[in-house]
Ligand binder design. Structure first.
Ligand SMILES: [Zn+2]
Length: 77
């Protein structure tokens, strides 16, 4: 991954100007203990927990546009 903490620290949510966190789908898979059947690497996302929005990163370029964000919804377990 070419994203590092320093790089992310200069980014802010375009909506609330709050900090963003990088969410790697791969690490989520690992945390779920299913690394054996992990899918091909998906793009990382930048999450704003305040707005509950996930901004996609396409080819290492964050799409910090409200229209591009998808809502972070609880997984409804
Ligand atoms: Zn926000």
């Amino acid at each position: 991954m070419s994203l590092d903490a320093t790089w992310v620290s200069v980014l802010a949510c375009p909506r609330c100007k709050g900090p963003l966190t990088v969410a790697s789908p791969l690490s989520l898979w690992e945390r779920a203990g299913v690394r054996d059947c992990a899918p091909s690497p998906a793009p990382d996302e930048l999450h704003c927990v305040t707005c509950r929005l996930a901004y996609p990163i396409r080819e290492d370029v964050p799409e910090l546009l409200h229209e591009e964000a998808r809502p972070l919804v609880p997984s409804g377990r």
